[in-house]
Each structure stands twice: as structure tokens, then as C-alpha cells.
Design a protein around this ligand. Structure first.
Ligand code: FAD
Ligand code: FES
Length: 363
């Protein structure tokens, strides 16, 4: 997919291994870089002759910030994160794709939004939480943010400023797993026991129905989701975003069927894939054994992709005609209600009907 050079206009070290980079969007690209809270950018870089691409959630909020901000934690030995945190600087240009992702779901009525984050997982959580508070739609927001020690907390000033500005409808609970005696806030990990012990107090903060968003390591999200469901939240009220690069997919499990809402398609051997990307239409003949993304790339279609193995969410798209089969590992990124709407990851999907139509713009 096409990338655009965006200038790093400001860089700030949030703590010793994490940096925020602010990117200027030229006027002529403002439309293309309009984003929803919780979406991410794919950044590309030439790393010693290898073109590498990685995803970074926007930690800025639509409306609140005219520029885009990503917040990157350096992973030991990590090729992109080390470059972004240690080397990329003000005045440099980053090659980035336009924003993608479906983490945030519109809320049609006021809700109490419980926002759970660990470490750099705060990036999309802050983007969504801030947007909800500043949209004046009557939502209340509780942030519960876990870190090891106070000096590893990132974006803390901005969170404090938001909580002050929205006093009464925004609460922040910082939880430290390895803080010293002088830390007067909560100690521990945001695990099942912590959530069970604190859920009633979070719920008591607002009478509105609760929905939860979470981002952080998979283990943290698994136990948080389990605890929230035991506390009475339904699966459809819990949304999670994963930064992990490992797909958990049991190859012996049958695939899941996704059917386009208005047009279930014609039975027969799968043959043609029609894709809509950036307003353009591409057509590919499907070959046995290929996934939909691979078929489109073979035809040089300008589709968004990065990992090609179901972990980065770049190839998220919507089936608008026909039926497809998706690997169950898709449920690491999308929920069953997303699949019911026709959403899928093209790199984990294969066609089941004679023709399928898939839209990468309508997500
Ligand atoms: C949708 C999405 C949004 C993301 N948003 C952010 C964000 O806002 N901020 C941010 O810092 N990162 C974010 N990430 C993670 C980011 O895309 C990269 O995976 C991360 O920066 C590591 O890339 P690298 O090139 O530095 O490491 P690599 O060179 O790819 O990997 C080096 C080593 O680190 C391991 N590794 C790779 N990724 C991770 C990881 N996430 N955690 C622990 N170990 C890892 C690899 O297995 C490998 O051993 C996001 C990922 C996704 C899919
Ligand atoms: S290309 Fe990464 S999820 Fe499909």
C-alpha cells in the first residue's frame, strides 16, 4: 500500500525506553490521514536493505490534536522500535501508510467506559478515552493503568491534565507492580484478583452501562477479559487490541464462515476476487491454496498489508458479496460480532463462492 512521508516535528522521551513522535500532516493529505480514535499507522523503514514495516497506534486523539502522535517502546533487539526511539529525530521523515484498524466501536448512548492498559498499551487507550471525554456525549471514563514503577509511566502528564479538565467524569487509577514504599497509589498487577477486588468500586463510579477497552500483553488481556466476564460484562462489551506478533491458530480447528450481509453469493468453485482499495477496483483469479491477500498481491493490487500472517491487522477488510472461510486465529484480532458484520483479515481468509467482493476502504 502507498506510503506518505510525514515529517517528525517533535520528539519527546516519555521514559528511558519510550518516545513519542509527533508527525505533521500536510494540508493536501489531511483527508487521507483523518482517523478514528484507536487506529494505528504502519511505518516503513529501510533497515540495511530490508524494507521493514510495523504498526504503531495513534496516541493522539482526533479533534484534540492537529498533528499525529505515535508512542513507541523500544523492544530489546527490535529493528523498528530501536530506530524510532534512538535514531529518528525532529526534521526526519517517516514513511507511513494511512490510518487503519477497528479497535474503537461507536457508542450509541452514554456509557461508563473502563479503559485498562499496561505499558505502551496506553497509546490507543488514551486516544479513545480522551476522544470519548471530549466528544461531550455523556460518557464517563475510568482509566486503570499498570506499570512497574512510577518512572516507567508514559503520557502521565497528559492523563493528569485530562482528568483535571474532566473532573467528575474521569478517574485514573495508576497501579504499580514494583513500586517502593513511597508510592501511595495502588500496588500490584492488573490481573484477575486485582480486577475482582476493584470492580465494584469502578462500577460504583457511574450508573451508566459499562463497556471495557483493553490493550497490553496477551496474558494481561486474557485474565482481564475473564475477570470482567465473571463480573457480568458480556463478551460484546469488551474490546481488546493486541500488539503481540504471535498468531495462536490451531490448524486442526475448522475455519469460520463469514457471509456478506446483503449478497451471500453464487455457489460453485471459487474463481474471482474483486477488491476495492482507495476507491479503485482490482480483480484477481483465485488459485487453490492461496489466501485472499496473496491472490491480490499476485495481481499487484495496492492492498494494505504487513505481516501476512494474521497478527498486524493491516489487511482488515469487509466482505460485501459472497462467502469466505477464515482461520479461527482471526479471533485474536476480531470478535465474532465483527465477523457477523462481514469483517475479516484477508491474509487468513479464502473464498468459498464463485465470486467474492471485499472492501478495504469500508472498515
Ligand atoms: C495494531 C498494532 C499496534 C501497535 N501499536 C504499538 C504502539 O503504539 N507502541 C509500540 O511500542 N508498539 C506497538 N506495536 C508493536 C510494534 O508494531 C512492533 O511489533 C514493536 O515495536 C517491535 O518491532 P521491532 O521491529 O522493534 O521488533 P522486531 O525486530 O520485529 O522484533 C525483535 C524481537 O522482539 C520480539 N517482539 C516483537 N514485537 C514485540 C512486542 N510487541 N512485544 C514484545 N516483544 C516483541 C520479537 O519476537 C523479536 O524477538 C503495535 C503492534 C500492532 C500489531
Ligand atoms: S497482513 Fe497482517 S494481519 Fe493480514
Amino acid at each position: 500500500m502507498a506510503t506518505y512521508p510525514l515529517k517528525v516535528c517533535e520528539k519527546r522521551m516519555e521514559c528511558n525506553d519510550t518516545a513519542s513522535l509527533w508527525l505533521d500532516v500536510p494540508q493536501d493529505l489531511a483527508g487521507a490521514f483523518t482517523y478514528r480514535p484507536g487506529q494505528f499507522l504502519t511505518v516503513e523503514n529501510d533497515d540495511g536493505g530490508d524494507l521493514i514495516s510495523r504498526q504503531y497506534s495513534l496516541s493522539s486523539s482526533p479533534g484534540a490534536h492537529p498533528r499525529l502522535r505515535i508512542t513507541v517502546k523500544k523492544i530489546e533487539g527490535g529493528r523498528m522500535s530501536t530506530w524510532l526511539v534512538d535514531q529518528a529525530g525532529e526534521g526526519d521523515y517517516l514513511e507511513v501508510q494511512t490510518p487503519r484498524g477497528r479497535f474503537f466501536k461507536d457508542l450509541d448512548a452514554p456509557h461508563h467506559v473502563l479503559m485498562l492498559a499496561a505499558g505502551s498499551g496506553i497509546a490507543p487507550i488514551l486516544s479513545i478515552g480522551r476522544w470519548l471525554l471530549e466528544s461531550n456525549q455523556g460518557h464517563t471514563v475510568t482509566f486503570v493503568y499498570g506499570n512497574r514503577t512510577p518512572d516507567t509511566v508514559i503520557l502521565a502528564d497528559e492523563m493528569a491534565e485530562i482528568a483535571e479538565r474532566h473532573a467528575g467524569i474521569c478517574r485514573i487509577e495508576h497501579v504499580m507492580s514494583r513500586a517502593g514504599e513511597d508510592w501511595t497509589g495502588a500496588h500490584g498487577r492488573i490481573d484477575r484478583a486485582y480486577i475482582e477486588a476493584h470492580f465494584a468500586s469502578w462500577q460504583a463510579a457511574s450508573e451508566l452501562p459499562m463497556v471495557a477497552y483493553m490493550c497490553g500483553p496477551e496474558g494481561f488481556m486474557d485474565s482481564a477479559e475473564g475477570a470482567l466476564m465473571s463480573a457480568g460484562l458480556s463478551a460484546s462489551a469488551i474490546h481488546r487490541e493486541s500488539f503481540d506478533m504471535v498468531l495462536e491458530d490451531d490448524e486442526t480447528e475448522p475455519g469460520l464462515e463469514v457471509v456478506a450481509e446483503d449478497d451471500p453469493g453464487e455457489d460453485g468453485p471459487p474463481a474471482t476476487i474483486v477488491a476495492v482499495v482507495g476507491g479503485e477496483e482490482y480483480e484477481a483469479d483465485w488459485q487453490e491454496g492461496e489466501n485472499i491477500l496473496a491472490a491480490l498481491l499476485r495481481m499487484d493490487a495496492d492492498v494494505p498489508f504487513s505481516c501476512q500472517e494474521g497478527t498486524c491487522s493491516s489487511c482488515i477488510s469487509k466482505l460485501t458479496a459472497g462467502r469466505i472461510e477464515v482461520r479461527p486465529g482471526v479471533l485474536q484480532t476480531l470478535r465474532e460480532d465483527d465477523l457477523a458484520e462481514g469483517l475479516t483479515l484477508a491474509c487468513l481468509s479464502r473464498p468459498l463462492t464463485r465470486t467474492i467482493r471485499i472492501d478495504f476502504d469500508e472498515i
